[in-house]
Design a protein around this ligand. Sequence first.
Ligand code: BG6
Length: 454
Amino acid sequence: MAERIDTLLILGAGGDLTSRLLLPGVASYLGSERGERLTVIGVDRGEVTPAQWRERVTTAFATENSRLAASVAKSSIYLQADATNPADLARVLAQAPGRIAVYFALPPAVTLLAVKALDSLELPKGILFALEKPFGTDLATAKSLNRRLQKMLPEEQLFRVDHFLGKSTVLNLLGLRFANRIFEPLFSAPNIERVEITFDEELALEGRAGYYDKAGALVDMIQSHLLLVLALVAMEPPASVDSEDLRGGMAQVLRATRPWRKNGTSSRRARYGAGTIDGRRLPAYVDEKGVDPGHGTETLAELTLAIDNWRWAGVPFVLRSGKALGEARQEIVIVFRDVPHLPTGLRGIAGPSALRISLKPATLDLDLVINGEGDPFTLDRTVLHTDLGAGELSAYGEVLSSLIDADPTLSVRGDVAEECWRIVSPVLAAWRKDAVPLETYAAGSDGPNSWGRR
Ligand code: BG6
């Protein structure tokens, strides 16, 4: 096993990502059974006193009441530096003890400049880079970023962070599929009619116009997170869950994945208008602060994909994600085909059954058709339900734990990041040409009326 890292160096330590997600993720790791001592160094351009920095880390660690987290917060330091300046970065790296992971908690354009600045330095041996999503802004930029990074470091030292790979419910797919005889043999075109992967949120823009108005729902959620979930649902059984086998399997199935209609029109997009969620009035997306209506940004996207291999040929995979919806439906639904023949004489509901894996709340439901309570020849439905239970670590904590162990299993491999962009490229092109209309839905609703209910 690779030697774990000793120092987490956070570039962009003053930013929202660091305090809202990254530091609480570190706390989740430190508070768990797996937690081990770590030096945390924050780097940013602003002037911050040592006491102010410790206070910031302690506040972000407050979710975790652990002695280790408290002591790591106490020994954490802040260095004022410009992450795009090679001399500043050299100074910062010289102060970091042991094996270092550099976490780019920066906007993509600044990350690029920081990577360029690091490229001009002699990097400490074994250094890891952790890069947040979005990885590039399209296929071409993702490729060129990969080329630069891969010239600097071997792939095992590059961590493209996607916190969905740390969600315990997403990782549960591995146990469910590959440690049970009852599901895996059924996961194929003769038995499955369609697969739906949905991540609807009640949350709206939450002040993130600067980023979101250029990304939109397709890039923010489907291009990254949901395609990785699809890969875990559809991949071939791997020999092991080490980084080579798992990521190789994910890459293989993504290479076979494409929009159902190759020109990208097997997709729908919409944007929320004014509405009410949980009694809260929400302005229309275009009236949110910082939004440029001219960008035509969608806040709800749906995309139907095909997987061109023996296992999945002809089975639509419908990926959907949106904001400001009435119900936070976040689930993977595997819809089984009807039985080939229902014995004559059995009456009542048959119809397709589904296996539902809900990401939030973490539950699993399997529909069964059984004989009814009254007339035994009249069929009825029942559901086998179980809670999946929360993971020990938060999703960010899980991904960070794998980074700290220098184990790339839960990071997005370079070719996988490129495949994800390749898959959505025809859709983005079709949308740019207005080949797919931008529809409207009221905030707090299920989506545009014309989409119907799922
Ligand atoms: C982020 C997206 O990556 O994932 C957000 O940028 C989204 O728009 C979030 O809300 C959803 O993940 P979670 O785990 O916070 O529900």
